[in-house]
Write a protein that binds this ligand. Sequence first.
Ligand code: ADP
Length: 244
Amino acid sequence: MALIRCEDVSIGYEGQTVVRDLDFSIGAGDYLCIVGENGSGKSTLVKSLLGLKNVEKGRIIYGDGLKKNEIGYLPQQTDTQKDFPASVYEVVLSGRLNSRGLKPFYTNADKKAAEEKLELLGIRDLAKQCYRELSGGQKQRALLARALCATKTMLLLDEPVTGLDPIVTAEFYQLIRRINRESGIAVVMVSHDIESAVEDASHILHLQEKMLFFGTAEEYRKSRIGRRFLEGADKAENGGERHA
Ligand code: ADP
C-alpha cells in the first residue's frame, strides 16, 4: 500500500480552488519532485499532505502505518526562521516535539536521535553554535537534521535550495539522494529546478491549476509536457523563456 494516496483532490482558499483533480500516490522509498510555476499550488498541496489544510474535494489516504505528524518537514525559509535564537542542537532536537506527545521533557532517546542526525549531516561540530550565525547551507543542513528527527518514513521539503549558491545546492541535492537511497526514506520535494528534479527524482508531479503530469521521471522526460518544459529550462539557461 502507498504511504500517501491522493484521490480526486481539489484544494483552495475561501471557495477559490487553487489546484484540482489530483490523483497520485507516493510509495515507500519514492523520491517525488513537485514542479510547476509560481502560484500553481505546490505549497498548498504540501500543507494538505501534512494535514495542515483541509481539502475541498476528494481525500488523502495515509497507508503503511504513516501518520501525518510523522512526516519530517523542511518548510520554505522565512526571515524569522533565519534569525531563530537557539543553538543548532536545540533546533535539531525540536524535530522530536511532534512525537514527544504530552511528555514535558526530551528523553534520552530524543537526545540520541538529535546527535545521530547531526553526525549524519556532518554538522556535529556546529551543535553549540547559534543557529542564526550559520551560513545558508549550514542552516539547511540543520533544518534537514531537524526534519529527519521527526521521521523514519518520509521527508517533505519545500524549495529547500532557494538562496543557496550552486555548489552548496549540488551538495544539498547529493545529501538528499544519499538519505533517500541509503535509508529508504521517501522524499517529497517542491522544486523550481526541473532539470535536477528529473535527474534525481523517481517520480514527477507537475502542477498547473490541475495535475499536468504524474508518473516516473523517465516517463516525464519522454512525455510531450516534460519535453516542452525541459526544453524551456534549456532555453532559459541560454537567455530564453523559463516555463517552470
Ligand atoms: P506555489 O507554491 O506553487 O507557488 P501556492 O500554493 O503558494 O503556490 O499558491 C497557490 C495560489 O494560492 C496562489 O494564487 C496564492 O496566491 C494562493 N494562496 C496561497 N496561500 C494563500 C492563503 N493563505 N490565502 C489565500 N490564497 C492563498
